[in-house]
Design a protein around this ligand. Structure first.
Ligand code: AFP
Length: 349
């Protein structure tokens, strides 16, 4: 596949690898791309079309909704509901599964999404994105239980980043590829083929304000990096934090690094900060397909059996050698404190 290939062509060529394919997945992906272009258009106009600011509602997790959260959620539903490729949807903004209404054709896929990740950046003109995950369904009327599949079962994972350029990054299990929206032709074109996250890096991304609540392994990692040239790595590190996971992860896909939203005492009761089904799983799939590691510190994220649509988990992802150091700290900590540690990693020292 050459750089410059349109997303629609990439999808059809992938479809041809499977003679039994009906084309339903290809069409679903085109619908998702259209939804992302529509959201991108609303994001670009910003204050000009009154899409900034708070809505007069909270989402199902008690978080203040932004107008764009609601608009993006509705655009995603509107672009995907009528085509007949989906059995049901679920989103950060909706408490329960959103069924395809009776009378509309239903398909064999489940679509889970965070319509607008990084909402706190909306009003400051910062980067934001949409994250999505597609799984299979063998039911005509799927329930929440049918959505609770391990991340390894995702058929496709991706995000759309609304940054200086709009980019869609996807993996259908054959590497991670990025397509940039060419506004002149209205099409996503392949600009980053088979992304490989560098194994080493001198950049990490974490909300330092939570530091006092972190567990010892995460504090140990950050203290080592803060020590710079005098630390065990013998080099100076840089810290970057955008507050939108899509952007912090995109940087890692482009040039390596480590991103973490680890467990801390302030969020332990909730299980973590980031949501498993529409944040951690799709992002972990993309990262692993690009040669990186994704873990809770103790378990591989993609192996977790979800317990609910809105379950939260600790997330530590990125360059192999950085994340392996963190895993080694967790492994020792788990041994000392009789905690379960199951993440298998061939790089363990
Ligand atoms: P939203 O999904 O509510 O927009 O939150 C964004 C996010 O889940 C993730 O993208 C960021 O990394 C993280 O929250 C930032 O959280 P804090 O800045 O509050 O620590």
């Amino acid at each position: 596949m050459q750089l410059g290939t349109p997303l629609s062509q990439y999808l059809i060529e992938e479809q041809r690898l499977y003679p039994e394919a009906t084309g339903s997945f290809t069409l679903l992906m085109n619908d998702i791309a259209l939804a992302c272009k529509t959201i991108s258009a609303a994001v670009r106009k910003g204050a000009l079309v009154d899409v900034l600011g708070n809505a007069e509602s909270d989402n199902c997790q008690g978080e203040q909704q932004k107008k764009l959260d609601i608009i993006a959620n509705e655009l995603f539903i509107k672009n995907n509901i009528w085509r007949g490729h989906i059995a049901a949807m679920a989103s950060e903004e909706m408490e329960e599964v959103y069924p395809i209404p009776d009378g509309q054709p239903k398909g064999k896929y489940l679509l889970v999404f965070d319509p607008l990740d990084g909402s706190s950046n909306i009003d400051v003109d910062g980067p934001i994105g949409t994250i999505f995950s597609i799984m299979r369904s063998d039911k005509e009327n799927p329930t929440e239980e049918d959505f609770l599949q391990e991340g390894t079962k995702q058929v496709c994972a991706g995000y759309c980043l609304y940054g200086p350029a709009t980019m869609i990054v996807i993996s259908i299990g054959h590497g991670t590829h990025a397509f940039t929206l060419d506004p002149d032709i209205g099409e996503f074109v392949l600009t980053h083929k088979d992304i490989q996250i560098p194994e080493d890096s001198a950049e990490y991304s974490i909300n330092h304000a939570n530091r006092l609540g972190w567990e010892k392994p995460m504090r140990q990692y950050v203290e080592d990096r803060e020590a710079g040239k005098n630390g065990p790595k013998g080099k100076r590190y840089t810290m970057r934090w955008v507050g939108a996971m899509v952007m912090d992860v995109h940087r890692i896909l482009m040039r390596g690094g480590m991103f973490a939203y680890p467990i801390d005492e302030g969020i332990r009761a909730k299980g973590g900060r980031l949501r498993l089904m529409y944040e951690a799983n799709p992002i972990s799939f993309l990262v692993e397909q690009a040669g990186g590691i994704a873990t809770t510190g103790y378990q591989r994220i993609l192996d977790l059996k979800p317990s609910g649509l809105h379950q939260r988990v600790p997330v530590i992802i990125g360059s192999k050698n950085e994340v392996t150091d963190i895993l080694n700290f967790h492994k020792s900590y788990a041994e000392q404190n009789s905690l379960e540690f199951t993440h298998k990693c061939r790089l363990f020292s």
